[in-house]
Ligand binder design. Structure first.
Ligand SMILES: NC(=O)c1ccc[n+]([C@@H]2O[C@H](COP(=O)([O-])OP(=O)(O)OC[C@H]3O[C@@H](n4cnc5c(N)ncnc54)[C@H](O)[C@@H]3O)[C@@H](O)[C@H]2O)c1
Length: 338
């Protein structure tokens, strides 16, 4: 039997590329649609090495309805995993129109063409950013939704659109996945996160300090009410996240419905704990300085992942040490291969 083709929008990006590997391992054939605005075309060759076969790939924009129609016309595709979007919180404050255009209008374009072609299975990349400043972790799917920036609002808008679409067609099967803080890389060191410019996220910053691209790490605040005063987050290995998508896809194939699920480990680690774990895993020293808190950062945020465990039979298995070792392995190779 031919493997099922899964359209993976944004499949050349950080989480999308790892998910393509997990999909191929599970017997699916990913078809990437990506405009490479935040990824490199060379990832396709590296994915071919990891998957045994090159992934199908179309270069283009999710806002291009004609192109998406052509894809569904050319390929028999039952399911879509929708990663494509913009993700930098700070940038979203400066360029809200661009964020709503790509993240919301782009999703609408995709969903409209899916409807025309009768494609009913969808996994959507949402974010813990939809929760906003909830005071008491862990965050449950029912926790207060109050995004505090355009990025988070764009994700919540798409979640709500999907709710309406499900009510329109209860034969559809939609899973909205709220990711916490993905770090790490494929253990091969062939794919990983490639931030352009100064990294917004902690782990790429740490690895760039370790490799000598940056002098020291700035830690934003050490006076939070946490274990050591630094902010606490739920770091999850990107391969665990990728495998969560395969489990979600299999759920859409089993039954119709609309689900919203946190993908996190359920454990919080402070910035200093992550730095220590990185130093222990790699033997590298990470010089740092404490600077003022960053506006909009919450003290602590971690997931209650029990709904995903129950509904998907999925749970994160990789520990902080593995996340750090794999991030470092990728950083060491990245400058040679991208
Ligand atoms: N990385 C995180 O910390 C995180 C956390 C929560 C949610 N998410 C969400 O998960 C998804 C994937 O995140 P990621 O970290 O892999 O990001 P990424 O930037 O590495 O990947 C996104 C991919 O989408 C592509 N893309 C962007 N705009 C596009 C467009 N208009 N048309 C076609 N392709 C386009 C980019 O080129 C890139 O390859 C995003 O929707 C993001 O908002 C990410």
């Amino acid at each position: 039997m031919n493997p099922k083709i899964i359209l993976v929008t944004g499949g050349a990006g950080y989480i999308g590329s790892h998910t393509c590997v997990a999909l191929a391992q599970a017997g699916y054939r990913p078809l990437i649609l990506d405009n490479f605005s935040n990824s490199k075309t060379s990832v396709i060759d590296r994915l071919a090495t990891l998957m045994g076969d090159p992934p199908l790939c179309v270069e283009g924009d999710i806002r291009d309805a004609a192109l998406i129609k052509k894809i569904f016309h050319d390929y028999c595709c039952e399911s879509v995993i929708h990663f494509a979007g913009l993700k930098a919180v700070g940038e979203s404050v400066k360029q809200p129109l661009q964020y709503y255009d790509v993240n919301v209008a782009g999703s609408l374009t995709l969903f409209a063409v899916m409807k025309d072609f009768g494609i009913k299975h969808l996994i959507f990349s949402s974010s813990a950013a939809v929760y906003g400043e909830e005071k008491e972790p862990p965050l449950h799917e029912e926790s207060l939704l109050h995004p505090v920036n355009p990025y988070g609002r764009s994700k919540l808008m798409v979640e709500e659109i999907l709710e309406d679409l499900y009510h329109m067609d209860s034969h559809s099967s939609i899973v909205r996945l709220r990711y916490f803080n993905p770090i790490g890389a494929h253990p091969s060191g062939l794919i990983g996160e490639t931030p352009s410019g100064v990294p917004n996220n902690l782990m790429p910053y740490i690895t760039q300090v370790a490799v000598g691209i940056r002098k020291k790490l700035s830690i934003f605040g050490n006076d939070y009410p946490t274990v050591d005063g630094t902010a606490v987050r739920d770091y999850i290995h990107v391969m665990d996240l990728a495998e969560g998508h395969v489990a979600a896809l299999q759920k859409t194939e089993r039954s119709s419905g609309l689900s919203t699920l946190n993908l996190g480990t359920g454990r919080g680690s402070s910035v200093l704990e992550l730095v220590e774990a990185f130093e222990a895993a790699t033997g590298k020293n990470i010089p740092y300085e404490i600077v003022a808190r960053r506006a909009g950062d919450v003290a602590a945020c971690w997931a209650d992942p029990s709904a995903a465990q129950k509904q998907l039979g999925w749970g994160a298995t990789r520990d902080l040490r593995t996340m750090c070792a794999d991030s470092w392995n990728w950083q060491l190779r990245a400058s040679f291969i991208i």
